[in-house]
Write a protein that binds this ligand. Sequence first.
Ligand code: ADP
Ligand code: MG
Length: 240
Amino acid sequence: MIEILHLKKSFGDVEVLKDIDLTISEGEVVSVIGSSGSGKSTMLRCINLLEEPTGGDIKFHGKSIMDGEFNENEYRSKVGMVFQQFNLFNNLSILDNCVVGQVKVLKRDRQEAEKIAKEYLEKVGMAAYINAKPSQISGGQKQRVAIARALSMNPEVLLFDEPTSALDPEMVGEVLNVMESLAEEGMTMVVVTHEMEFARDVSTRVCFMDKGVIAEEGKPEEIFENPKHDRTKEFLSRFR
Ligand code: ADP
Ligand code: MG
């Protein structure tokens, strides 16, 4: 579905992504782990065109997303993103947070958009809160709403950037459970995370990023039981 080929990204003189190759197939759950500053967020932001790559290419179903002819708006609606800080619209109700993108970007009529939003809010266990404002719910609930909002756009792939890092520990589980059920249903996901249990137990593949490159990738059991590189070993030892 997504092919990342020799991806490079610099900010000024600083090369943050050096030569990233990664292929994401339908139904895969790819966890991206690595130290702070290694370029994980920048890679996700290049995938959904929040950042413009400075080199290499990214293909979606075989077509370069950097080609002038490529329909960026349509692409963005197919690639959902869930952020560490939720990024909900604080002035809108929970329901409207999940409706507004469908109406504005997908041109769905409001009634249909509400029906779809309610289905996904139900799925993440937030149906009882449709009239609440984000300020009235907990962090874990906000993140579940953010996931429902992303799903309401019927994306082909969901990108998560440390979705549980801003949460109090007691709320991490409720968000991971939602993500795990999405994975079981076959949703294609790329998840930047420090939750090593999730990476080990839910992912189909794990990528370890170090200083702007994917230093090692493989099946979870390979990475966790038998890491090849010293940097991977050292990083994982911090979680033991
Ligand atoms: P991670 O998500 O792995 O912590 P990031 O992708 O956020 O890493 O950042 C990688 C490096 O790129 C960091 O050194 C960071 O300071 C730098 N960086 C990220 N975004 C920008 C930006 N917009 N301008 C300049 N430097 C940036
Ligand atoms: Mg980051």
